[in-house]
Design a protein around this ligand. Structure first.
Ligand code: F6P
Length: 356
């Protein structure tokens, strides 16, 4: 069978491991041929392709990024875009398509499935906010990078008696902030799911310092919101919207730092980890997970499970409807939130609970 493959949306460590697993199992076990569409949906829309065979996937397992490159192109926003995708698949004799991406990429996959394309999805995002699956690959790598950064920031904050705010990725869910915050022993964790009261954050830091601590670490997801709903605090400009309607986030860290300094009098700095969290080599966990997703996806093609996504449930790779995966953003669950607050000092716990 000839199968097309593409990677869409923000890149993510482990994309190459998925591509490699699909091509290796497809070639060795099913005698499939592959065609890569370049730069996400743009490649399918504009017919930009690359040969994908055993040779082209050699040595890519530990490499970050994606050999297929990526973009945030949305064919549904282009005149006749979805039909052009169908036509280009036909032109190349591709009988099925594997789309590796997050909710945006998979929402296009679902639209193509609705008009007859035999498509399979693979869940990807460092944000870990895709429904239908327990974990997306890339998340573990991002958490490890953020945790190392928090460890490093700890020592310099301690040396200078400072508060340091670490801004991590996480547009609508605070998975990276919560996991890295717990792993790095952050004193305050701020996430989009729980709008925060800046006075309570300052109070918590003041209480901690009154008990004899002289530095604090705050981890904030880029999508965290001040509870007064004032947009300017959260950064993000309406001009920088992509074709899926997302604004470019960023800036919560420096807003927080100045508000904390103003209220506490403690010297406060901020660092933005940004794309460092997405670049570079995947962790062993993500390489294994991505490989298992790739193997799951190619098996699903041959079982004819189209309109479905490979998903991790417990420790099994299963197949779930694309519609389920894109229905809602998966928020940080209560048990993990409880883990973040459960380790706090009793007084801080009281303040943290008031603000949530
Ligand atoms: O892939 C999701 C994400 O990591 C978000 O957390 C973040 O807002 C966005 O990507 C940044 O994307 P870009 O690379 O387009 O700036």
């Amino acid at each position: 069978m000839k199968i097309g493959m593409l990677t869409g949306g923000g890149d993510c460590p482990g994309l190459n491991a998925v591509i490699r697993a699909v091509v290796r199992k497809g070639s060795f076990h099913y005698e499939d041929d592959f065609l890569g569409f370049m730069e996400g949906w743009r490649g399918l829309l504009e017919d930009k392709t690359m040969e994908l065979d055993l040779e082209s996937v050699g040595g890519i397992l530990p490499r970050g990024g994606t050999i297929l490159r990526t973009s945030r192109t949305n064919p549904a926003k282009h005149e006749g875009g979805l039909q052009r995708c169908v036509d280009n698949l036909k032109k190349h004799g591709c009988e099925a398509l594997i789309a590796i991406g997050g909710d945006d990429t998979l929402s296009v996959a679902q639209k193509l499935f609705a008009i007859g394309v035999k498509v399979i999805g693979v869940p990807k995002t460092i944000d870990n906010d895709l429904s239908g699956t327990d974990f997306t690959f890339g998340f573990d790598t991002a958490v490890n990078i953020a945790t190392e950064a928090i460890d490093r920031v700890h020592t310099t904050a301690e040396a200078h008696n400072r508060v340091i705010v670490v801004e991590v990725m996480g547009r609508s869910a605070g998975w990276i902030a919560t996991y890295s915050g717990i792993a790095g022993g952050a004193d305050v964790i701020l996430i989009p799911e729980v709008p925060f009261d800046i006075d309570q954050v300052a109070e918590l830091i003041k209480q901690r310092h009154a008990r004899g601590r002289y530095f604090s670490i705050v981890v904030a997801a880029e999508g965290a919101q001040f509870c007064d709903g004032n947009e300017k605090h959260g950064g993000g400009s309406p001009d920088g919207r992509d074709e899926f309607g997302h604004v470019r986030l960023g800036g919560i860290g420096s807003s927080l730092a100045s508000e904390i300094e103003k209220r506490t009098g403690f010297e406060t700095r901020s660092v933005v980890l940004g794309h460092i969290q997405r670049g570079g080599s995947p962790t062993a966990f993500d390489r294994v997970l991505a490989t298992r997703y790739g193997l799951g996806a190619i098996d699903m093609v041959h079982r004819g499970e189209f309109g479905q996504m490979a998903a991790l449930r417990g420790n099994k790779i299963v197949s779930v409807p694309l519609a389920e995966a894109i229905a809602t953003n998966r928020k940080v669950d209560q048990e993990i939130l409880d883990a973040a607050t459960g380790i706090l000092d009793k007084l801080d716990y009281k303040v943290a609970n008031v603000s949530s």
